[in-house]
Design a protein around this ligand. Sequence first.
Ligand code: NOJ
Ligand code: MG
Length: 557
Amino acid sequence: MKRLSLRRPAKNQQKWAQGSVIYQIYPRSFQDSDGDGVGDIQGIISRLDYLKELKVNGVWLSPFYPSPMADFGYDVADYCDIDPLFGTLEDFKQLLSEAHKRDIKVIIDIVPNHTSDEHKWFKESKRSRESKYSDWYVWKDPKGYRGDKPIPPNNWLDLFAGQSAWEWVEERQQYYLHSFHVRQPDLNWSNPSVREAIKEVLRFWMRLGVDGFRVDAVIFLDKDPQFRDDPINPHYNPKHGTTYDKLIHSNSVYWPKVYTYLNELSAVLIEKPFNRQPKFMVTEGYVQRDNTDVISEYLKYYHGMNSQVAAPFIFEGIERPLSARDWRAFLRDFHGTLSSLGPDVVSPYAFGNHDQSRIVSRYGAERARALSVLMLTLPGMIFIYYGDELGMHDVSIPKEFIKDPGAVGGKGRDPERTPMQWSENTAAGFSDNENTWLPLAHDFKAHNVEVESKQEGSFLNLYKQLISIRQSSMALRLGTLRVEGETDDHIMAYSRQYNTERYTTVLNLDDKPKVYDFTESGKVVISSALGNKPTTDNLHSYRLKPYEAILIKHPNN
Ligand code: NOJ
Ligand code: MG
């Protein structure tokens, strides 16, 4: 018996993803170690103790691969190395071992839909139709010629510039497809060699010891094989959105093989010998929301992939209106359905990331605090975007400092990518160099790790309390979810239970105070409202301030 249990991973080890808290690091912006004003791997290593203290279970690192940085690393020129800007493979190995020493899992970003135009596959592919890599990208003949001028194969648009997604290449007398930046040619996923090459990339990193993957832009992996035009969007309004929204992208994204391909990737995670240590994979795909039931859209991923080791990001915290009614319905139906799929099925929630306006900027500080209570008491895997635990907000970037290629005609994503705020020192302790790659928030002296650690009721201390309670509670990590109180328009409540341990989360989403009557007595162990302290007595009801969220602990039966 003893020998058997030595060989098998312990139960909790097997299921580290379920119930975990994962911290997203945008490597450029977390910590600079060499004074070039850009974050790097040694910088991350130097901050692991902070993450340990925060009690997160893992980190997800946005890309650190060699890249010309047309899309800040999401244009990968070599999938199996590190860009010198961030360090070396040796640095990465050190990061892995230092993280693992602290019991922190490491999830890395895999960008399977496109490479950089400087990737050797693309250079070869572009060179000639005879090359070994000829079919590795999406090449098409022109639809015709207007005079000498070639006409693109169809009307598809790229997501960044909102212009034609086709770029003409003289050498091949053909167009290549780029769903994103012109320097990010789409790989041809219908080619099995491409799929095998990306699987080899996963194996490379698992051999080094990474624990999982965040898989980028998966909805683009399968497209209409006939490459028909996307229909015109009759609701397009140039005042809102970009020219990309001129079309409905029903042919350029989300064809059914997306799930088949992802299933192939998830199968790699349980190959021998990788299955000795449990791995997990989270896919990035914003589900279709027009005229579709979002839950069935999410379920396509759960049914499509091996749900023991893979799950889609749940982006309701970004996409769903913050209304009690909407959220109650979603939580009830979604977790009801998920639990019928089995206890191991994971819901990876992200309320923010490097592509979205910061939570505080979307909702204001009060509601952002309440949302942290929601977020960290939900089932599944909870992703925290770096700096959200400090209440960092979007930073408005003067025109001359804009870096994001997605900022065409808008503010882009730089505002949510500014340097992490560690202290009151030079560059907020992020770098010795005052010239950081993006400017700092003007109020970093008030909002930083050093100041907030000492401040009762700070964002940071609220996050710390929440993560710490989650880590100590089976109910919050692994328990079932039941939605409570279906009547009030502005109150949302749900309980989490595991055996006899039970918590209830209550949010007041109204700008007026509200009395909440408990279904069962309990102590308020956390409140999001400034100045509201935990209660020592068992209560039967509680008066919530506007936008206050509380966590109630019920006595064990
Ligand atoms: C999604 C990533 O999160 C985003 O930052 C990137 O620009 C696109 N995919 C393209 O890789
Ligand atoms: Mg640096």
